[in-house]
Every structure is written in structure tokens, then in C-alpha cells.
Design a protein around this ligand. Structure first.
Ligand SMILES: *Cc1c(COP(=O)(O)O)cnc(C)c1O
Length: 221
């Protein structure tokens, strides 16, 4: 794991440099969903302190203990968030990358009111307009962001998962254009297979799981 982490960090720095980006302008989110605990611990022991999770329940079973052990660790929610888990999620996660629908914005706004605080938020955009995929459609995005801002939700950027069968770069570029147009600086894009391309297109957060931790064994959960 730690060799893989060193290799990925090296690729990331290289991609930053070739894109003319400032060193350290891209953050590596180590996507630890479904991974055995010892792999996560190895990456923590190496000194990495930014992780991504997809499932509230799984994250809850892991991160309170690991934070007690390792100190401050940023954990970002990158998977679909059910409205009935939002309350737990805002307590647990520093950032949520999957604000993907108006009903979730409603819920997060009401929790922010009650708590007087909110995690940073990325709006997930369905750049490929895929019917089975979550996210705000590109044509509805500007109005959605305006609505989030009216409710004082701390939207810091956009997130996308490009269609599997397509070249990702046009989707990364589209996301970058939509962010710029809306005055947003955060760009959560790029996974194991395409994070260097995402960095070339302006990613600020790449979400890397399998290339770092190895394949996920969903059957062995
Ligand atoms: C699982 C997941 C990742 C990590 O995917 P890898 O291909 O294993 O790097 C990134 N982003 C999201 C939204 C995910 O669900």
C-alpha cells in the first residue's frame, strides 16, 4: 500500500508540474471504502490524512476509532447520501462531494441552521446526463447553485464521475468550465484510471481507491 501511495503521490506531483499547476494544488483523497482495516491503517501510518468513504454506516464503524488513534484526519463523503443519513453524515464528514439533488440541499440547509455549521459541499454534476447516475444535470446546475447560495450552503466546488465508456477529458473540461462560470474553485474529479488527465484539466481533489489500496472485495465485506 505504502509503495502504491508513494507512486501515486509521485504521479500526482508530476501531473501538477506538467500542467503548470502549483505544487500541492491537488489533494489526494484516499478512497478507503470496503478496504480491510489494515490497509487503511498502513496509509495512516505513512502519514496520509485525507480519506474518502461512500457509505455512512461503514465510515461510522471506522473513523471515530481511527481519529481517536491517529488524531485529526479529514474524511470526505463521496458516495450517494440518503436524506435520512444526512444528520449522521454532517457530524462525521468534513466535506460532502455528493450534493446531487434539491431534497438533499433542503435537508443539509436545515441541519446547517440547527447546528450553526456545515461541511464544505461539492455539487455532483451528471456531466454525461446518464439516466442511472446521480447528479444535477448540466442545464440545471446554475439555478441549483444559486439556490444553494441563497440558503447559505457552503458550496466550494463541483464533482463528477464521467461515463465509463467515454474519454473522460471532455467531461473534466465541462466540469471545469461550469465551475469557473459559477465562481467555484473546487474540482473533485479523477479516479484510479484517469487522475492525471483530471489534473491536466484542473482537478483540485482526485479520488483514488483501487490503485492505492488494491482491488475492493465486496463479497468479503
Ligand atoms: C469508489 C469511488 C472512487 C474510487 O474509485 P477507484 O477506481 O477505485 O479509484 C472515486 N470516486 C467515487 C465517487 C467512488 O465511488
Amino acid at each position: 500500500m505504502t509503495t502504491a501511495l508513494a507512486t501515486i503521490l509521485e504521479k500526482l506531483r508530476h501531473a501538477e508540474q506538467s500542467a503548470g499547476r502549483a505544487p500541492g494544488s491537488v489533494q489526494l483523497i484516499a478512497v478507503s471504502k470496503v478496504q480491510p482495516l489494515e490497509r487503511v491503517v498502513a496509509v495512516l501510518e505513512y502519514g496520509h490524512r485525507l480519506f474518502g468513504e461512500n457509505y455512512v454506516q461503514e465510515a461510522l464503524g471506522k473513523w471515530p476509532d481511527l481519529r481517536a488513534q491517529f488524531g485529526t484526519v479529514a474524511v470526505h463523503m463521496i458516495g450517494p447520501l440518503q436524506t435520512n443519513k444526512a444528520k449522521v453524515a454532517v457530524e462525521l464528514f468534513d466535506t460532502i462531494h455528493s450534493l446531487d439533488r434539491p431534497s438533499l440541499a433542503d435537508k443539509l440547509a436545515s441541519l446547517a441552521q440547527t447546528r450553526g455549521a456545515s461541511p464544505d459541499l461539492f455539487v455532483q454534476v451528471n456531466t454525461g446526463a446518464e439516466p442511472q447516475k446521480a447528479g444535477i444535470l448540466p442545464e440545471a446546475l446554475d439555478a441549483f447553485i444559486a439556490d444553494c447560495r441563497r440558503r447559505d450552503l457552503p458550496v466550494v466546488g463541483l464533482m463528477c464521475i464521467p461515463p465509463e465508456s467515454e474519454d473522460a477529458t471532455p467531461h473534466f473540461r465541462m466540469l471545469s468550465d461550469m465551475a469557473a462560470r459559477n465562481g467555484l474553485t473546487g474540482l473533485s474529479m479523477g479516479m484510479s484510471s484517469d487522475f492525471p488527465a483530471a489534473i491536466a484539466a484542473g482537478a483540485t481533489h482526485v479520488r483514488v481507491g483501487s490503485a492505492l489500496f488494491g482491488a475492493r472485495d465486496y463479497a468479503g465485506r
